[in-house]
Design a protein around this ligand. Sequence first.
Ligand SMILES: CC(C)(COP(=O)(O)OP(=O)(O)OC[C@H]1O[C@@H](n2cnc3c(N)ncnc32)[C@H](O)[C@@H]1OP(=O)(O)O)[C@@H](O)C(=O)NCCC(=O)NCCS
Length: 195
Amino acid sequence: MFEGLLVDLVPYGKAFQEQEHRWLNNESTFWGTAGDRLIVSRAAVERWQTERQNDGNRPDGGSIWFGIRSKAGVPLGDIELGYISPHHRMSMIGVGIGEPEYWGGGYGTDALLLIMEYAFNWLGHHRLWLHTMGSNVRMQRAAIKVGFREEARRRRFWLADGQWTDDVIYGLLRREWPGREAMIGRLGLLARREP
Ligand SMILES: CC(C)(COP(=O)(O)OP(=O)(O)OC[C@H]1O[C@@H](n2cnc3c(N)ncnc32)[C@H](O)[C@@H]1OP(=O)(O)O)[C@@H](O)C(=O)NCCC(=O)NCCS
């Protein structure tokens, strides 16, 4: 478990799995999948959860998942290091807060700083990257805020509600990462009471 200011990263257990069906069928998945509006059955969610549990055993490193839990104990969503490459020492961050009323409140930033510290300082990563659609301003602002730089833009890549939108790729190198404590100071982040 990693303790942040507004959230903790915890094992992705039953409390999160129970929310997954609702999260996958709500607005968060439109943003999380870059424009797909899924209609997912409970059976499909269960199958997918089983597959994901085995993913960490893949020889190429697979992925590592955490649940994002608010300080009051509310399961908010998940955050992942995916496409982990032990050889190149890098992975891709995926993050989704499934509860829209928590968006824009700093929870994503807090979760990102925790997983970045884990990737760089515990796993010895050299690089982290992520990508999102051009219209996902929240994700882009959060990425820039925690230190990522835009590295590439694939034009008219995703189809979101009938509109083509770019894919924006962000990267951050270990040598550019000042550490979580320094970032908290730089951004002036404080713990606060939940609404
Ligand atoms: C993307 C996500 C993880 C960001 O987490 P968050 O808790 O909402 O973000 P934060 O509050 O920490 O920071 C978001 C930034 O966007 C800004 N923001 C908030 N609401 C916004 C809005 N409607 N439009 C534009 N910017 C907005 C915030 O002000 C903040 O920037 P600032 O501090 O520079 O002002 C979260 O919104 C989410 O899970 N969304 C749905 C799924 C998703 O998009 N996943 C990412 C897929 S790549």
